[in-house]
Design a protein around this ligand. Sequence first.
Ligand SMILES: [Zn+2]
Length: 288
Amino acid sequence: MKIHALTTGAVRVKHSFLFPSSGARRQLDLFTPGPFSDPLPIHCWAIEHEGVLRLVDTGETAAARNVPFARFEVTREQELPAAMAEAGLSLGDVSEVVLTHAHGDHIDGLVHVRTRVLCNETELRFARSTMARAMRRILRQPLPPGFGPDPFVLDGGAFGAFRSSRALTEDGRIVVVETPGHTPGHVSVICVDDAGRHVMLAGDATDTLEQLHARRADAIAPDTAVHIATLDTILAHCAQHPTVYLPSHDPESAARLAVANTVRPDELAREDHFGVARPVPEDTLRRP
Ligand SMILES: [Zn+2]
């Protein structure tokens, strides 16, 4: 099995997106002026296994419009076809695409894709809800033209600490698990690598590994309790299985994949004991 980190440009997000305040201001602060982060990668992932090439998410395109809490830095030359070429791969060889969730920076690259696309049924239902439609209109972020993935359900029983899963391969080494929070139908994909480690392609389950350790719900999650319960499940899974945790926008994800750096249980215990987030490094903040 070989997993490739693909990068389709970058995004700067508002500080209040990465470190939301609590209560009513959690979402309000997204729309008021504030500092932005340095550019964070917009990753998607290619998995080569048993002669089959799969993608998890498809990244962003140059057509993406900025929103009050995110500024996109994506050129045509950074879109999915070029990102794949950089990894020595070709879009024409992809036989299946799995989406972690239906946000533009994960699905807009579908304009380049002609193959089968899979999306959790719960996520598709949410993406078609009145609320989600209204948000896309307000933020001027339409679904990509012709968006119509095949829905799937997580009916494969438990996988590690996750209650619901669905294997994508017969050998059970590529498994979709439920990670609701950021969106109600958000999923992650766990690949059991050749050394038996669990490589978790976590989408936006969190933005960073730090956010996972801090057990901090994000500013987008419709229900923060659901999000935190998912973070606890991920942490429990990491304690059961050596897990390489790879969120889509963590600046350290590509390096963690390259060296197969697993989440450290001692670090979990320490963070969990204090139950606090690490302070924001000054250099990750930037005045707009
Ligand atoms: Zn994202």
